[in-house]
Design a protein around this ligand. Sequence first.
Ligand code: B12
Length: 491
Amino acid sequence: MNILMIYPEFPDTFWSFKHALKFIRKKASSPPLGLLTVAAMLPAEWEKRLIDLNVTHLTQKDLAWADYVFLSAMVVQREAAYKVIARCKQAGVPVVAGGPLFTGEYEAFPDVDHFVLNEAEITLPRFLADLERGCPERLYTTTEFPDIRKTPVPLWELLDLRQYATMSIQFSRGCPYDCEFCNITALFGRRPRTKTAAQIVAELDSLYALGWREGVFFVDDNFIGNKKQLKAEILPALIEWRKDKVGMPFNTEVSINLADDEELMRKMVAAGFTMVFVGIETPDEESLAECNKFQNRGRDLVESVKRLQRAGLQVQGGFIVGFDNDTPSIFERQIDFIQKSGIVSAMVGLLQAPYGTRLYQRLKKEGRVVSEMSGDNADGSTNIIPKMNMDVLREGYKKILSQIYSPRLYYERVITFLREYEPPKIKLHLDFEYVMALWRSIYELGIKGIERVHYWQLFFWTLAHKPRLFPHAISFAIYGYHYRRVYELYA
Ligand code: B12
């Protein structure tokens, strides 16, 4: 059996990092981990190939080779997925689809032959058994959450590793918190399900053996969902693993209460974590109460962020405007907060109601859900009728973005961050492309760019005050260019 796994192209978004990737000559930020995981669950004797349309093309020859196409996508890849399905149909290759896009809206894809939805650990074996008997059904779903201690090591071999900026691995699924707008608990449950230390070490070993030395993103919904297991089992195993390794800094997603736990922060940093994404959402207490984000309440959020930074963790933040409690003063307050916190990468979105969330149910009852989501939560669109006047909200939103990604405020924030940040202690690997990225940034940003004055200020400030953080400063300059370009598109 020949299986062609296809991952559709992402549009140009905040998360695509397209404008930054060209500096390091990479084509995509992350690999399609869902497909690689599914590939490892298929019979070993089947032939498998991967076409990630973010790094390569799909040819007629590829389609002629395939007995089945296995397709995965998120909502943001919807249009690109339709195109892939049309090509498969034309070529007469049956399509098996899974992943978040199809799990959420499979009815909208009449041309897909089989849907294997939810988590494949449960639904895929059922499909494969029916396929073997020659009677595969069209739809496989489940309401159960599988034990991921049996999930196999992803089939990294299918990837051309050189095309990616980071690799992904997953330790847990689910999140103990229950924020009103978030669909994670609906999708993956509130009790975090975790892999074992042996599994994680095996995944890291397999990547290391393939020569991978760049970053690894732990794609957990909340990495610290099970702190006890992390402290006792996982982090000690990672610290041990790292002893004779070079490179592979880790990043992940956590809730802000990590800042309350010195031991956990220390162990994460020792294990090689250098960056965390945190859902900050808003500095407004009322709005935090409205969305049930109690882990963010009753604390000095700026100070919590700084504590993480001082421990050696760069903080990326997610922010939302458009809560029912928000008044037009929120825009200035968000800008102010982002500047003070030194959160260089701030993903700001309008409040949206994903299907399956408590927010969706509440607003549906109030007649305030107008459509499904665009799938990109940082594109300035929303599927709800906000309490605030829509034009005021849109204008305020644009103002936040145009300010925080203006070269002046952006570079100011980079310096605020670098002052606070404790550099990583792990041995980093220096790739030739990263050296070249420095020269490319000098030309693109330091000579041609509208940010050139700020670029050179940061360049010399860092060399004078924080020379060890010089590579970080250059990376930030490159990211800043990407964010500005993306938000010019949204404007
Ligand atoms: C890593 C990640 C990213 C990464 C990398 C994505 C990439 N290249 O694949 C980055 C940071 C780029 C990203 C960005 C975004 N993401 Co994202 N992301 C995730 C995250 C945290 C993990 C995904 C992952 O790798 N999981 C591990 C693998 C093993 O799981 P999986 O892909 O779901 O695959 C399993 C099943 O779905 C199934 N399966 C998957 N594909 C297939 C295919 C077949 C044929 C079969 C049979 C089965 C199958 O089997 C697998 C094993 O069970 C998820 C949350 C989550 N826990 O899944 C959100 C998630 C996928 N992201 C989401 C969103 C909304 C986004 C963003 C729009 C913004 C945001 N809020 O984060 C952007 C859009 C991307 C863009 N470029 O514009 C949503 C998607 C919702 C939807 N219905 O589409 C999720 C579910 C989070 C959420 N709260 O809803 N994301």
